[in-house]
Design a protein around this ligand. Sequence first.
Ligand code: DSN
Length: 431
Amino acid sequence: MLNYLNSDPEILEVAKLEIGRLQNNLELIASENFVSLAVLSATGSVLTNKYAEGYPGKRYYGGCEYVDMAEELARERAKKIFKAEYANVQPHSGSQANMGVFMALLNPGDTILGLSLDHGGHLTHGSPVNFSGQIYRAVGYPLNKETQTLDYNIIEDLAVKEKPKLIIAGASAYSREWDYKKFREIADRVGAFLVCDMSHPAGLIAKGLLNSPLDYCDVVTSTTHKTLRGPRGGMILIGKDKENPLGIKTLKGDRLKLMSEIFDSMIMPGIQGGPLMHVIMAKAVAFGEVLDDSFDAYAKQVIKNAKQLSNKLSEYEFKIISGGTDNHLMLLDLSNKNISGKKAEKALEIAGITVNKNMIPFDTKSPFVTSGIRIGTPAVTTRGMKENEMDVIAGLINKAVENNENEDILNSVKKDVNELCSKFPLYKELL
Ligand code: DSN
């Protein structure tokens, strides 16, 4: 496949180096995964050539009959996976999906309530450096200081006090289950829209291993490249069984019109132009893989691996925020290890283990330093690693963190990492 890059030796070298990096390192960034060769082929397909502003059957350009088929397949498969009534698969990213939803439902200056960034929330859920915190009045809900978990009393009190027009559930660094019914009750009490950004656990929700936000939320957004293991991108979904998901009285009963006119038109022409049809086709391929029974075993193993890794790291006296995990990730509080997240990330990188520094709830360090690291199992599980490998990985993490200033030991950990990785080949067909 890389042969086609022979015409550009400099770029060919970059591609080979990246494949080598993926093969030889342990990818533990919770938001990353390895797509199948089928998803990769679709992403690199001729559909990259096509302009197709609009939606299937209603495009502004000719020649869209085949890209229409790809987008229809992606929409239908997404709906089937999540038992949704509506899907828009055009957002280029999760941020674009969130922006489309916010702009469809809110006016500038309206109040939004989302999990604080430093407690595991996402940039687009109201951070002051992001559109969501600049266009809207953003209020953050914290985790409970003792349990380090969501505290529905705190969220309700804040909602009553701040009267948000929109409440957002979902996180990028939270390892526990969400009670969407409780969020719905709070949203209903204050008359707010309820949106969930399920980007991180979407692949686990797809297989019924975690609660589905579609049962209770007005709108759900997601990326397609994390636990869903698809190409980089976003989508918007609306679940079934709610007569009036947006609570807009004038549109009651006219759901399809509401969906297409409000959400579709906010994504295009509202905030995006031409859709990335090659990526949309790759989304269809990935959704087909999620629908296959084999994805059940994958999703279950992601959770089993996360629990095993978290238990084993606890044995090495790593403090796991909230005491453990229900999903694919965990957040480590390194304060008892006398090392910052930044320094741990660097030491682990030298040792061939890729993680990201991450703020922990009530962190006293800046986002550039942090007291924690975030670790996830989706990518190593795709490689076929199981509980035994998680035990080995915990030991390697411990050794690297404990010896973070000893280059010889870090290099010896790297050797062990390379050896482990060599037993789980990745993308060898590409070379
Ligand atoms: N950057 C992603 C993550 O790592 O969680 C979220 O957008």
